[in-house]
Design a protein around this ligand. Structure first.
Ligand SMILES: NC(=O)c1ccc[n+]([C@@H]2O[C@H](COP(=O)([O-])OP(=O)(O)OC[C@H]3O[C@@H](n4cnc5c(N)ncnc54)[C@H](OP(=O)(O)O)[C@@H]3O)[C@@H](O)[C@H]2O)c1
Length: 337
């Protein structure tokens, strides 16, 4: 919601009804509740993007009850710019609402040159979070993640760094991302011994990528840890974005490493079939894809991206229809298997 002050500057005042319709789920066995949908700043928030559009997306998100914003040190491009832009928007719009927000950042991928700007050493994690806090203008983040496993650094060192980050008051909770079930289990045991609130595993999960169903979700449940599912729309493939080809300005049109024309073309038949199932449910494909993930009890939140506020508004309508019949689930299994 926007109001104009006397000088014509558009100030932000959050929608008074922002908590009326969003659903909030408990994260594992922790005290934290997360919105069923969270917003990620991986794309569309770098210096290459329009900050006004980013601001619009975040204002819309918060107005819809989305209290969880997810960042990482290297989101941009360039690296660090999503955190810097977020810091600008936080200062102008969200300062009064800081305690209503659950803000995440991460370190684990390539960030700066040399041996200390990547992977999982104590040196990298602690200095990276210090840089992230400066860029965002924050004293602390709500959760700090190790972004990916590092096979060459002892897990005790990486988890020890997370523990000290909490003790220093720079993060309230910690999480891991992209860890396989066995590594996640080991991490949970170490963090439990260190008495550190390890509450979330951030994992890629969509109809097109079901690896978490094998062991990870059960492992997390056994450890009282929640799951937050990223790229639930397979970066836009599980929406109506590509039903009539590759539109200009779409993520696939940018031919990035993670999603390109070839990937879309390989999957287009399945996308069309899934879209037919969604239409029969009186739903958009994006909404069905999100509902399908939210049916897993271990998943506390579905972490979506958006290039416009309208996409976000459309996706949040998933809450009107979350249930599936056995027949629909079987149909989806057959299409994606
Ligand atoms: N931990 C990790 O390693 C990791 C890795 C990846 C992501 N993440 C987190 O997860 C977040 C989400 O990832 P993601 O952006 O890949 O998620 P996603 O939700 O699968 O894809 C988002 C993209 O789908 C398209 N889209 C969304 N809603 C749409 C709609 N209603 N209609 C048409 N198109 C729609 C938009 O693409 P267009 O640009 O084409 O409009 C949007 O940018 C990231 O921002 C990040 O915070 C974490």
């Amino acid at each position: 919601m926007q109001i104009n002050d006397k000088s014509g500057v558009q100030n932000y005042q959050a929608n008074e009804k922002r908590y009326d319709t969003m659903a909030y789920n408990r994260v594992g066995k922790s005290g934290i509740l997360l919105p069923a949908l969270s917003i990620g700043l991986w794309h569309n928030f770098g210096f290459v993007d329009s900050i006004q559009n980013g601001r619009d997306i975040l204002r819309t998100a918060f107005d819809l009850g989305i209290t969880h914003f997810d960042l990482a040190n290297n989101y941009g491009p360039p690296y660090g710019s999503a955190e810097e832009n977020f810091g600008t928007i936080l200062k102008s719009d969200f300062r009064p609402y800081r305690d209503e927000l659950f803000i995440a950042t991460k370190a684990g991928y390539d960030m700066w040159p040399g041996p200390y700007g990547n992977l999982g050493s104590r040196k990298y994690l602690i200095s990276s979070l210090d840089q992230s806090l400066k860029r965002m203008g924050l004293d602390y983040v709500d959760i700090f993640y190790h972004h990916r496993p590092d096979p060459d650094t002892p897990l005790e060192e990486t988890m020890g760094a997370l523990a000290d980050i909490v003790r220093q008051g720079k993060a309230l909770y910690v999480g891991i991302s992209n860890y396989q079930a066995t590594e996640a289990d080991k991490a949970a045991k170490i963090l439990k011994e260190l008495n550190v609130p390890f509450i979330l595993h951030q994992a890629r999960y969509s109809m097109f990528d079901r690896w978490v169903e094998d062991k990870l979700l059960d492992t997390l449940e056994q450890n009282g840890v929640g799951c937050i599912a990223f790229s639930p729309l397979a970066q836009g493939m599980l929406t109506d974005r590509y039903l009539k080809g590759i539109p200009k300005g779409s993520r696939a049109a940018k031919d990035l490493t993670y999603l390109n024309t070839e990937t879309v073309n390989t999957n287009i038949e399945k996308i069309q079939l899934l879209n037919a199932v969604a239409l029969k449910r009186d739903q958009k494909l994006s909404q069905m894809a999100i509902a399908w993930i939210l049916r897993q009890p271990q998943v506390a939140s579905v972490l979506i991206g958006a290039s416009s506020a309208n996409q976000l508004k459309e996706n949040v309508k998933v809450l009107d229809c979350l249930d599936f019949s056995e027949e629909e689930l079987k149909l989806i299994d057959n299409i994606v298997s």
